[in-house]
Ligand binder design. Structure first.
Ligand code: 26V
Length: 802
């Protein structure tokens, strides 16, 4: 049934409530109504999905398969309604049925199947790939529990399970008839037959992978793509043989083992050493995905020989690296190809995106675990490693390079090296990051095969991150640019600059920001019971908590302001409200201490009458996609202050810019490209550049010298040691800075304080500030995911797009 009018929507909702829940409209709670909405839209999506897939088969189109351990989808109701063009009728229908539409949208849980930037990027790209009419599918795991919910108790992070599926699962369509079997362990028996070496696994344990599909709508297109999430099920509910022998626990053990695979998303940011379950997750989703792709390919083409012409496998970081040996395995063991043919197909199908240069984050797996868990895959990896080594030796004749570039070394498998060896392309996610990959992290590989290396600067879904979440700004843009063309042509935002000297337009922009701040303050009061000072600058740092992102530097600066105020209580100053949001990996002790510190600092400042209406610090609990959606429109200052060279790109930076916040930041990741379009006038840069960081490290960085020489800095660090009146000392953090300060906070401290000061000064001239804000929005179009995805399609996937 087509749904075009409010009446039709009401009818569809009523009927869903009756048939799915045996409920009338009057009986339905908000949650139940939310489910009805999801099911109504899912029906439309499912129908379009069938048509889209048929078209791909009939036209024999080339397809993209985007593999990622994480898709941080957030909420889907508003998104799907927007893309299907039924936002207004849905809102209207809900209101007429006696519900508050806003409450229904707000009652949807986030699908938090990701940790941070990497997972959110995958979600934004699904939207753009579909909007650009690229036949594309995402693949991941259907985690029972997404990223943990964060509570703050006595200033400390508490982790709670995230049971998103009860409501969020309504978008999923289980397809048990398309299940695949994934095998672990056992041994490999090899034998020669008909002139070919056969490999047959024996004594393996199998787990069933059941696809749960989420259909993805695009904007302004009938096309629908699929996000396929694999759920894990045991082959049999229990082992009857053991059961009848009375061994009840062992009888259900295998089932529990199988189903633990899709139980929970790893909260990353810890090294994977010895995490057997994580490797099981990786192979489980990779193997199921590749079997499913090859099976469908053969259904259409009857051969695997043209696999690489019809499919491209994009892998999001190294987590799905096992696609390389797995595709080799399927092509050789199942399809009967020889090594060279299988290698030709594989190495022309797979492309790899790198998302970090932090040494501790480059994935390595102990050989032993691989050997035991994946014996056949291990054999194939050994052979790839062997051949790659021969290639390196022939090219370099240099033992040191052979060691550095090796795929297997010292009993470990280096996943990035395997990706570069077995893939057709490698890309970084910002210009600076891609340069660092070429000139430093993967220099040897680059010198040997320069043609493989690319850059694709990240982008965000600007329809979600501007148009949907900031309706006031959306109307402003529409009016001033004279159309809604920016929704599919994000660089149209540029025409806003015609109003850079139009006083009334600038005033209106300031007014929009102010109203958004009031809305956000209202939201924070309702959800957290905290009252924000809406006359203060909203100065925001939201992202995962990590030392390299330097939330601690932000805190040091706040301590500095607080000390200034105590020295001179009559000081006239620009009021500032500092907002933080960040989850720390549960095992990352230092990160948790920094959260504790921010909360201590908030406690002291917010209760000190001296700070009233001048300084405020708020830690926003449980930062997630839906909270970001409330926050971005209200933000005025965006903190992007990582140590230069460490943040691969950042994408939060783009969301802030698009919503008119001004950046205080280092020349790191995509900030560099923001600076290229904005210039010094429209952002507040500070700190060492990436090359200077490297030099200073080489020369020998001595943070203690800075502490001794700089009185201001010394006071701030000493204050950290004393704590903030709640009996907690931060001596450990102070010592960490003095002893090593790996991320050079002390080095950048003075320059950071100056940048903040320049920012406050600029804020005082409101029309000038609004002009800068307008220019930020106007020039943010290049950071749209549509641009990034089009580049992937042109430069890596070689696939047509709208
Ligand atoms: C992982 C780990 C694991 C070991 C301990 C340290 C550590 C630190 C970071 C990570 C995350 C690696 C992957 C990741 O999420 N990268 C992010 O990807 C975003 C999308 O490209 C990008 O914008 C962020 O700059 C980048 O940090």
């Amino acid at each position: 049934m087509e749904i075009k009018t409010t009446e039709q929507m009401k009818q569809a909702l009523r009927s869903k409530l009756r048939t799915e829940f045996g409920s009338s409209v009057e009986e339905a709670s908000d949650e139940r109504m939310l489910c009805a909405c999801a099911l109504v839209l899912r029906d439309i999506l499912a129908q379009r999905g069938v048509d889209s897939r048929r078209a791909v088969r009939e036209k024999e189109q080339r397809q993209v398969h985007y593999l990622s351990m994480e898709f941080l989808m957030g909420r889907s109701l508003a998104k799907n309604a927007y893309n299907l063009g039924v936002s207004e009728v849905l809102t209207q229908a809900l209101e007429e049925l006696g519900f508050r539409a806003a409450d229904i949208f707000e009652s949807e849980p986030d699908a938090g199947l990701g940790n941070g930037g990497l997972g959110r990027l995958a979600a934004c790209y699904l939207d753009s790939m579909t909007t650009l009419e690229i036949p594309a599918n995402g693949y991941s795991i259907c985690y029972d529990l997404g990223i943990f919910r964060q509570k703050i108790e006595h200033g400390e992070q508490i982790e709670l399970p995230d049971t998103w599926k009860t409501l969020g699962g309504k978008w999923l369509m289980p397809k048990p008839q398309e299940a695949e079997l994934v095998s672990f362990g056992g041994t490999v028996r090899q034998f020669w037959d008909s002139g070919r070496l056969h490999a047959v696994p024996e004594g393996t344990t199998s787990v069933m992978a059941i696809p749960c599909d989420m259909e993805i709508a695009g904007y302004g297109t009938e096309q629908v793509n699929t996000l396929r999430l694999w759920d894990a099920k045991a082959l049999t509910p229990l082992d009857m043989e053991l059961f009848s022998k009375g061994q009840y626990l062992r009888a259900v053990e295998q089932q529990a083992m199988a189903e633990s695979i899709a139980k929970i998303l790893y909260p990353a940011d810890e090294t994977c050493e010895g995490k057997m379950l994580r490797l099981k997750q990786q192979y489980f989703f990779v193997s199921a995905t590749m079997q499913s792709i090859v099976r469908k390919h053969i259904e259409v083409y009857g051969t695997v020989m043209n696999f690489h012409e019809k499919n491209v496998i994009q892998i999001n970081d190294t987590h799905p690296t096992l696609v390389i040996p797995e595709l080799m395995r399927i092509l050789m063991d199942d399809a009967g190809l020889d090594w060279d043919s299988a290698w030709h197909i594989t190495s022309n199908s797979v492309a790899y995106t790198n998302h970090t240069v932090l040494a501790e984050a480059l994935e390595k797996w102990p050989q032993q675990i691989m050997e035991v868990l994946l014996p056949r895959v291990w054999e194939i990896i050994t052979e790839i490693a062997h051949r790659y080594q021969a290639k390196i030796e022939a090219f370099y004749h240099d033992e040191r390079k052979t060691r550095e570039m090796a795929i297997i070394w010292d009993g470990e498998v280096r996943m990035a090296n395997l990706c570069i060896a077995g893939g057709m392309a490698v890309n970084g996610v910002s210009a600076l990051h891609s340069d660092i990959l070429r000139n430093d992290v993967f220099k040897n590989q680059y010198d040997m095969e320069p043609e493989k290396f690319r850059n694709v600067t990240n982008g965000i879904d600007h329809r979600r991150w501007l148009s949907q979440i900031n309706p006031r700004l959306d109307r402003f843009v529409t009016e001033l640019t004279g159309s809604r063309a920016y929704l599919t042509k994000p660089t149209e935002l540029r025409t806003l600059e015609n109003f850079a000297n139009d006083a009334s337009a600038l005033d209106r922009l300031g007014e929009i920001k102010h109203l958004n701040k009031l809305d956000f303050a209202d939201y924070v009061r309702r959800t957290q019971g905290v009252t924000l000072n809406t006359d203060a600058i909203f100065d925001v740092q939201v992202k995962r908590l990590h030392e390299y992102k330097r939330q601690l530097l932000n805190a040091l600066h706040i301590i500095y302001l607080y000390e200034q105020l105590r020295d001179d209580p009559d000081r006239i100053m620009q009021p500032q409200t500092f907002l933080f949001g960040a989850k720390a990996a549960p095992g990352y002790a230092v990160a948790k201490r920094i959260i504790r510190l921010i909360n201590s600092l908030a406690g002291a400042i917010n209760h000190d009458p001296l700070c009233k209406d001048r300084l405020q610090v708020v830690f926003l609990e449980n930062y997630r996609v839906s909270l970001a959606e409330h926050l971005m429109p209200a933000s005025e200052v965006s903190q992007q202050i990582s140590t230069a060279g460490k943040e691969a790109s950042g994408t939060g930076n783009m969301k802030f810019m698009m919503n008119g916040a001004l950046t205080v930041g280092t020349l790191d990741g995509a900030n560099v490209e923001m600076h290229e379009v904005l210039g010094d006038d429209n952002m507040f840069l500070f700190g060492l550049h990436a090359d200077e960081v490297v030099c200073l490290k080489q020369e020998g960085y001595q943070p203690r010298r800075l502490y001794e020489r700089d009185d201001t800095l010394r006071r701030v660090i000493d204050r950290l040691r004393c704590g903030f009146g709640d009996g907690v000392s931060y001596e450990d953090l102070a010592d960490r800075l003095l002893a090593g300060d790996e991320y050079m906070l002390l080095q950048d401290f003075a320059s950071y304080c100056l940048a903040e000061q320049r920012m406050r000064l600029s804020y005082a001239d409101r029309s000038d500030w609004n002009r800068k804000s307008l220019i930020n929005i106007a020039r943010s179009g290049i950071f749209a995911a549509d641009r990034a995805v089009a580049q992937y399609a042109d430069d890596i996937w070689h696939i047509k797009h709208k």
